[in-house]
Design a protein around this ligand. Structure first.
Ligand code: GLY
Length: 382
């Protein structure tokens, strides 16, 4: 039996899948989403830092362009989503301060500053004293800092709730179910079979299932590269009203080679993340992970030990072979990818949704999406 005959079926109801569905419905397409637990996934765990400039890595300039484009859309995207859903998104224009704890960190941070300047990015070098003037809770020994006024934050959980509501208002059908097999007829993807045996058919099927995307049975070999899980453990603390603001902006550092960040939300939540572990589909929170995050965060902001620890969690970042997302049509007609966002899923949500909706509505791949074609890993025969 077939239950759906949509223009677009999105497999995966996380941030990317829901945003693609919402934007596609806004383009007049009939859209359905399938997910066993819509509104869950990595976005529930993520800190929500929007940091294309402070998270910049060497050799990732195309990804930087995509990240900057998404960051520039965020305020508008959040406002539109809040209006459509009647729910807050937690978008907050705080800026970010990256700091150096010792002389080695300072050298690394000043390299990053030089890289920013070569690329024409806006970042300002601060002495340790200037950094502490901005954030008085920082440890007295801070050696220096880099202030990036345009790296902001959003709340992934609020974003998910708002997207679910906006999808419902836009007429998106959400099926609670598990996609058990991709349907392929005459060399074209035509939807999925659910674990219950039901068929959901559609003109185009969008794979947005994070690090589970390449595991969908029925997916022909070579159509989608592996999307590996990269575990991130994260902590949520609460800043009691008497301690606020505590921190006024995102604060980050590289401590003993690991990226550490503290994201203070308007509602008093303080998120501390995140570990980066490649060990398969495991979301166990470990004593070691929590210890390392607290130890490193305490070096940066000693006052955190006073705060209530209210939650620990772990999520799986979806990493493609080159850590950049897979966006657009695959080699299998009818099958489209929106996955592999790795460390940047929250940041890249608006631009991914816009680019995919554009492609789905017009059939043309937008120029900004072209470098992220899922086919870039397909080897042509020798
Ligand atoms: N973008 C932050 C993280 O992946 O931990």
């Amino acid at each position: 039996m077939s239950r759906s005959d949509a223009d677009v079926l999105v497999v995966g109801g996380g941030l990317i899948g829901l945003a693609v569905a919402w934007r596609s419905a806004g383009r007049g397409l009939r859209v359905a989403v399938v997910d066993p637990d819509p509104g869950h996934g990595a976005g529930q765990v993520a800190a929500g830092m929007l940091a294309p400039v402070t998270e910049l890595q060497y050799g990732e300039e195309p990804l930087l362009r995509l990240g900057l484009a998404s960051n520039a859309r965020y305020a508008g995207f959040a406002a539109e989503l809040e209006a459509a859903s009647g729910l807050p998104t937690g978008y907050r224009a705080t800026g970010t301060l990256a700091v150096a704890l010792d002389a080695d960190d300072k050298a690394e941070l000043s390299e990053l500053h030089a890289f920013h300047r070569r690329l024409g990015l806006d970042s300002t070098w601060l002495t340790g004293r200037e950094a502490r003037r901005l954030e008085p809770m920082l440890a007295p020994g801070i050696r220096g800092g880099l202030h990036v006024a345009d790296d902001h934050q959003v709340d992934g959980r609020r974003l998910l709730a708002a997207l679910l509501r906006a999808c419902a208002h836009a007429g998106v059908t959400v099926h609670r179910g598990t996609a058990a097999e991709l349907l392929v007829e005459h060399d074209r993807a035509t939807g999925v079979r659910l674990s219950t045996g039901e068929l959901l058919t559609a003109g185009r099927t969008v794979l947005a299932a994070g690090c589970h995307s390449h595991l969908l049975p029925g997916l022909p070999d070579g159509v989608l590269p592996p999307v590996r899980p990269v575990k991130g453990q994260i902590l949520r603390l609460r800043i009691p009203p008497a301690y606020r603001p505590f921190l006024s902006r995102n604060v980050r550092a590289v401590v003993r080679g690991s990226h550490l960040y503290l994201v203070p939300r308007a509602d008093g939540e303080l998120v501390i993340g995140a570990t980066s572990e490649e060990q398969g589909y495991d979301t166990t929170v470990t004593a070691g992970g929590v210890y390392e995050l607290l130890r490193d965060a305490h070096e940066l902001v000693p006052g955190i030990t006073e705060l209530p620890l209210v939650e620990t969690g772990a999520g799986l970042r979806p990493g493609s072979p080159d850590n950049a997302p897979l966006l657009g049509p695959t080699a299998l007609p009818g099958l489209v990818a929106a996955t592999g966002h790795y460390r940047n899923g929250v940041l890249l949500t608006p631009v991914t949704a816009d680019l995919l909706a554009d492609y789905l509505a017009t059939g043309a791949v937008p120029a900004l999406a072209a470098p992220f074609s899922p086919s870039r890993f397909v080897r042509s025969p020798a």
